[in-house]
Design a protein around this ligand. Structure first.
Ligand code: SF4
Length: 127
């Protein structure tokens, strides 16, 4: 499945937990929206920084390549992705390297996401 297929929501599969076994983690190629609380839990921002200027925090995280963008209106950060589209935190074994600290949106997927209740499940590696 290429990144283009991720956008074809009609090809997604109705989610059931057994799909996660051996999956290529296509959900970890979707843009990850994170709150400042998520960033603190991930260790990207200190609690002291979190109560200061979020624009300043965003500028630094974007410069460091950890965050792709920040929307001041919503206070939501979008995490950076690797050149191949994988989440910055996805390991080479296609497992999350920060599982216990992962953002809320990752915890709630696929209850939330582009097509709630469905996921881009696929066993083979992405092209
Ligand atoms: S933080 Fe972990 S679970 Fe969330 S998208 Fe990245 S690799 Fe996947």
């Amino acid at each position: 499945m290429s990144n283009g297929d991720l956008d074809k929501l009609s090809r997604w599969t109705r989610f059931k937990p057994s799909l996660c076994r051996g999956c290529w983690a296509g959900c970890c190629r979707l843009p990850v929206e994170a709150s400042i609380d998520d960033l603190v839990r991930l260790g990207l921002v200190s609690p002291d920084e979190a109560v200061g200027s979020l624009k300043k925090v965003a500028r630094q995280l974007i410069a460091d390549g950890k965050v792709h963008q920040y929307r001041a209106v919503t206070g939501i950060f979008t995490l950076a992705q690797k050149p191949n589209g994988d989440c910055h935190f996805l390991g080479t074994d296609r497992l999350c390297t920060v599982y216990d600290q992962r953002p809320d949106v990752c915890r709630r997927f696929p209850t939330v996401g582009p097509r709630p209740g469905y996921c881009p499940a696929r066993k083979q590696s992405p092209s």
